[in-house]
Design a binder for this molecule. Sequence first.
Ligand code: SF4
Length: 372
Amino acid sequence: MKHCGIYIHVPFCLRKCQYCDFISFSDFSQEEDYFKALHREIDLYESAFSDCVIDSIFFGGGTPSAVSPVQISKLMNRLRKYKICGNAEITLEVNPATLTDENLLIYREAGINRLSIGLQSADDRELRELGRLHSVKDFLNNYAAARRAGFSNINVDIMFGIPLQTMESFQRTLEVVCDLKPEHISAYSLILEEGTPFSERNDLELPDEETEQWMYEHLQSFLRTRGYFQYEISNFAQKGFACRHNLKYWRMEDFIGFGLAAHSFYGGLRYANTANYSDYIRRLSLGEKPVIQSERESEEELFQDAVITGLRLNEGIDISRLKECFRIDFEKRYSGALERYLKSGHLVRTEKGYALTREGFEISNYILSDLL
Ligand code: SF4
């Protein structure tokens, strides 16, 4: 039987952060209608789930912990009409200051076994500048509550290259996080996305390029000394705790996304749900799937996706698998570039193919655009 992951988008946030371009809003009066629609959408996938077993579920957002925990619990019950692996990884994205002992208990009882906490920075000034609603103290209190409630698989999200951040403050963030020993750490650099308040400001005190580069290199070496292995460009984990759900995206395995603007990839097809709230609710009230786009990528596109996602991972790409799936000889096609990057130390030969080195991760965008 095939395995499949599930992503559920919860588009509610208490307030919009200054840098965020995710689909989310703060009108909680729509919560009930939205969750009803999600239940209907899940019901429409009966045939897709008839021959597969769910091995990961990810509630993302938005801020899934900002809605009533009972909604999460009811959705989990709904999903149980399909087959869920006994050891499935079930993650809930949460924000500090939204967790209570009562909520955490409901999540545990619902089957959530992994929390992903959006800290971003352990400096209150930086958090305020980002427009985050929580303080470092809120994070520490919530983290302790999560451990007390029995969560033994926790990710903490941090950011670098953010306004007001210095090498010293970034180092403090790393220390605060590592001292707590979360099982997983994700670290992303700030991107000024078009249409966000940050993209319109010209007074942001951002670290310069060299400092940001230092932060990424330091992140890699510091986390290594604290027992984390880097398994993807932006992701670090203790042994055995790489995020199984995200690995599905990078390994191009099947997953189905539910909710506003959710994406799916299964049976070799990519699907996208509508990003228009009223349209999403309307389609589901009529018993229609809210899918507005579905496409079968060409062999060449799938091959390129496999190279891009494979090289993001520490394990790299498996050249015999590429040959088997796409009938393309990777070494033959990229012989010149491979030789160059092997010589410069940005790429290494692995047992199954090729992988970027630590230095390669630093310039991964450049290498990937050069290759493809
Ligand atoms: S909490 Fe997350 S999803 Fe919500 S606005 Fe902030 S960054 Fe965006």
